[in-house]
Design a protein around this ligand. Structure first.
Ligand code: PFF
Length: 450
């Protein structure tokens, strides 16, 4: 089972495990999706439920995935194969989900790159009303060529880092980009807090409105937590396969979880005061970031600077996440299909680029092609977030909670007895009972049983 480990890369520095895993977790899910989902679902009340999901389900599952990865030193498929062949489907579920997520995530990432460039050139500052920004956005995403250009650039940037390898590519970029992300986010938060009339936005974001909480809210919070933490998909298995023997898995998971939640909350602090300071109703979805914000930035002094910096933040956050998704597929092809890392990376790049291109066109010229009434873009989002991720999470906790040898689990969590884990009993209880039960409820709900 350990025969691969001596040929494989290992992350170097002390903080590397945290930075690399946080790079995967912190992404468009935090900055683009979390604020509007929270705003739509009761603000502060949602935040409380979200944090419960993160602590009770997300954290144990992340530790579980770390365990599988570091115990085997293999890619997502290889890891389950090494532990119990019958559970390999769990690895395949992850590789397929990573591929499909890249199909739409690369498209939105491309938009952020285009908006960053157009902020820098001043093009984005030429309009005034939200209606104008709305048509700019619609015209852009429906255009057959421009999104493809930016998506391709984004795919190539991801490819380049992956080809550099685990240490020189993934680890080095995380060490550079994650601190940059925090600096930008803090600068933007301060700027936002100083805006006149911003307090109302903060009240909207943080005020617990329990009248908006329904059973559905719990499911929305859980789905958001899984997507945001990059859980249920083999990313954390793959990354942990590069962790050092000394890495403390619990602390790493705890730190990543805290950072991810912090970024989500700060994103809300950046966005909502800005939205309220100009008296625009907080609208949901992509329009919050791609329509409402540019029109707000435009009214501010130094608008070009703030909007360039904001979209740079999105680009950085998205890039460290696309790298992690790409690595899941690349590591699988490299180790299981015995391709060179370079060939594996190119295969992943070309395949995801093709999928992303069709997904991008599905919002414009190909919008007649639908799957169950959804465009390809929306069906990729739906299929992964509502089916593949929860399935992955469910079987991961069943596997680690019930099937995996307890000795292996204990060895990984305590680093062969060197670390203490006082709440091991709580952890096992969550993994064996609470996580599967809650996840099953999600499925039943998705199947329309409630
Ligand atoms: N966690 C990323 C985000 O919040 O944007 C998205 C993501 C990355 C999901 C990697 C799943 C994954 F494996």
């Amino acid at each position: 089972m350990h025969h691969h480990s001596h040929t494989r890369a290992t992350l170097g520095g002390k903080m590397s495990a945290v930075l690399v895993a946080a790079g995967s977790s912190v992404g468009l899910g935090n900055i683009w999706r979390f604020p509007y989902v929270a705003g739509d679902n009761g603000g502060g009340a949602f935040l409380v439920i979200y944090i419960l999901c993160v602590v009770l389900l997300g954290l144990p599952l992340m530790i579980a995935e770390f365990t599988v990865g570091r115990a085997t030193h293999r890619n997502a498929v290889g890891a389950y194969q090494a532990l119990d062949r019958r559970w390999s489907f769990l690895g395949y579920n992850g590789v397929i989900a990573a591929f499909l997520i890249l199909g739409f995530y690369f498209v939105v990432s491309g938009w952020t790159a285009e908006y960053m460039v157009h902020s820098l050139t001043g093009d984005l500052a030429r309009y005034t009303t939200a209606e104008e920004y709305s048509s700019v956005y619609e015209n852009f995403i429906r255009n057959p060529w421009r999104p493809l250009l930016y998506t391709s650039l984004f795919v190539l940037a991801t490819h380049f880092i992956i080809e550099l390898g685990v240490q020189k590519g993934i680890e080095r970029s995380a060490k550079l980009l994650m601190p940059l992300l925090f600096v930008i986010l803090i600068a933007l938060s301060i700027h936002s807090l100083l805006m006149p009339g911003g307090g109302e936005g903060l009240r909207f974001f943080f005020r617990p409105d329990f009248s908006k909480v329904t059973p559905q809210t719990f499911l929305v919070a859980l789905g958001q937590a899984f997507f945001s933490l990059s859980i249920g998909i083999g990313t954390m298995v793959t990354y942990a396969s590069y962790f050092k023997p000394e890495t403390n898995l619990r602390h790493t998971a705890l730190n990543v979880t805290i950072l991810d939640t912090l970024v989500a909350v700060l994103a809300g602090v950046v966005i909502f005061p800005a939205v309220f300071s100009v008296g625009i109703a907080p609208t949901s979805g992509p329009s919050l970031v791609f329509i409402t914000l540019p029109s707000i930035f435009n009214g501010m002094p130094l608008s070009m600077v703030w909007s360039s910096v904001f979209f740079l933040l999105l680009v950085v956050a998205a890039l460290t996440s696309t790298i992690s998704l790409h690595e899941v597929v690349t590591a699988y092809l490299h180790e299981e299909w015995h391709m060179s890392r370079r060939a594996a990376a190119w295969t992943t790049t070309l395949a995801t680029l093709a999928l992303a291109a069709v997904a991008s066109l599905s919002l414009g010229v190909l919008d007649g092609w639908t799957i169950c009434g959804l465009t390809l873009f929306d069906s990729l989002d739906y299929l992964t977030a509502n089916i593949l991720l929860p399935v992955g999470g469910l079987f991961t906790c069943l596997f680690v909670g019930w099937r995996l040898d307890r000795k292996v689990l204990k060895e990984q969590i305590t680093n062969h007895g060197e670390l203490k884990f006082r709440i091991y009993g709580v952890f096992i209880f969550l993994l064996r009972y609470i996580c599967p039960a809650v996840l099953l409820l999600i499925f039943l709900d998705n199947l329309g049983l409630f």
